[in-house]
Design a protein around this ligand. Structure first.
Ligand code: TMP
Length: 233
């Protein structure tokens, strides 16, 4: 196993098969583009369990993903793909950077679901971009691919709203990333976890996601454990 890449939350290793890589989830936590850092023992394992379950369900619902199978507590085997440098953010309720940028109140339900694109580039602090920006940066082949990213984002949203609702949680917003596999197909990659979603308890509004860390709201691990336990039932 050769280490191919190490990011803030994951390590990617090569395998004997050139179309497959191993993705290891780390225990590290970052926020605000890496300015705020921490480590929580066992967080990688919790996130791996959560994302594996969700990706398996999304596959069944017709969304192609990179997941092949879970290997152990912190590693999964995935299809090797070239990551598209766009973070696709889908929002149902105002929070985070949207609330701040547009002066909306956190918790305000949006009149309709919105999809945003961010340019995945740490040096620039992942700026918000529009379709023209994505085109001039050659982040996709054509505008049809941007439409596909939007469609997948909305389809994933529709699935996740119901999935989390059944587990007693409100899906506020989330971020997904896509890659191009060996055949050139666009597939869902990266993760869907409480690191990449905002999830509020349906009854109490209690935050069950990385905002606990961003805003110093208390015990992150017990919230992540609760998310896993609720979606596993
Ligand atoms: P934002 O409100 O900070 O823009 O975040 C929107 C959603 O995207 C939220 O669920 C957290 C997620 N997100 C990530 O997963 N990674 C990131 O780097 C950022 C900025 C947001």
């Amino acid at each position: 196993m050769e280490l191919l890449y190490e990011g803030k939350a994951k390590r990617i290793y090569s395998t004997k098969h050139q179309d497959e890589v191993i993705c290891e989830f780390k225990d590290s936590l970052t926020a605000f583009n890496g300015e705020k850092k921490d480590t929580q023992k066992g967080k990688g394992a919790l996130n791996l369990a959560i994302t594996t379950l969700i990706f398996q369900e999304l596959e069944k619902a017709g969304i192609p993903t990179h997941l092949i199978r879970k290997l152990d507590n912190t590693k999964q085997l995935v299809k090797k793909c070239e990551i598209i440098l766009i973070e696709v953010v889908v929002r149902n309720i105002a929070a985070g950077s949207l609330a701040k940028r547009l002066g909306l109140k956190e918790g305000e339900r949006l009149p309709f679901t919105i999809v945003e694109f961010y340019y995945k580039k740490d040096e620039l602090n992942d700026p918000l971009i529009n379709d023209d920006h994505a085109m001039i940066l050659n982040l996709v082949k054509d505008r049809k691919e941007l439409e596909l990213l939007r469609e997948y984002g909305k389809k994933i949203n529709t699935f996740l709203i119901d999935f989390f609702d059944k587990a007693g949680m409100t899906l506020v917003d989330f971020k997904v990333e896509f890659g191009r596999d060996a055949k050139g197909n666009i597939i869902l990659a990266d993760e869907i976890t409480p690191d990449s979603c905002r999830l509020w308890d349906k009854k109490t509004g209690k935050k069950l996601d990385k905002d606990i860390f961003r805003q110093d709201l208390g015990d992150l691990m017990s919230a992540y454990k609760e998310v896993l336990q609720r979606i596993s039932q």
